[in-house]
Design a protein around this ligand. Structure first.
Ligand SMILES: [Fe+2]
Length: 189
């Protein structure tokens, strides 16, 4: 389950319908998908086969031409360099679409002068439209496994804004503890 925060407003949203409703006006799609198709340690091909229907549906919805499975963990070669490509505010010429199989990370979305952080975890599907200013970081265990969709087989390239906005936000992960019953919560200072 994701955790959506608007840090400036001390607003935290942690239920599926409220997250979906809060992100929709920003043009960002959020959905919860089943994780019971394959075992967590299934191969990439097994994952792509198990989610073939969803993959094709997303291709139809978004014009994506290909999908793959990315697997990042502390042993991934050049992990710091990889993460450094995406932890500064940037845009892409195509959508950034992820279905999280395991691990956690945070998408910071900077839309209409407002910053939202979306901490995604297993079972979360997030679609960030092309042109959206955003940045991404992993949570402390530096692990994530996700299905990605692409509109261009050349992959996606970050266009940096150099705004420096990203420097004002700590990558604070709440984790699955926020699966609790609260729906919309104001964080006390
Ligand atoms: Fe990105």
């Amino acid at each position: 389950m994701a955790v959506l925060r608007f840090p400036e407003e001390n607003l935290l949203v942690n239920s599926e319908p409220e997250i979906r409703e809060a992100l929709a006006p920003l043009g960002v799609d959020y959905e919860r998908w089943s994780l019971d198709r394959v075992s967590p340690d299934a191969s990439a091909d097994e994952v792509l086969g198990a989610y073939a229907d969803e993959i094709e549906e997303m291709k139809r919805r978004g014009g994506y031409v290909t999908a793959d499975v990315i697997d990042v963990n502390p042993g991934t070669p050049h992990l710091d360099a990889m993460l450094a490509r995406f932890d500064k505010e940037h845009t892409h010429d195509e959508d950034e679409v992820r279905f999280i199989l395991s691990g956690r990370g945070i998408f910071f979305l900077h839309i209409n002068g407002r910053v939202a952080s979306v901490e995604v975890g297993p079972g979360d599907m997030l679609r960030v439209p092309r042109g959206t200013t955003h940045w991404f970081t992993l949570c402390e265990d530096r692990r994530i496994r996700a299905i990605r969709w692409f509109q261009d087989t050349a992959g996606w390239i970050p266009h940096y804004t150099e705004s420096g906005v990203d420097k004002g936000y700590q990558p604070l992960c709440f984790g699955p503890a926020y699966l609790g019953p609260r729906v919309v919560t104001t964080i006390s200072a």
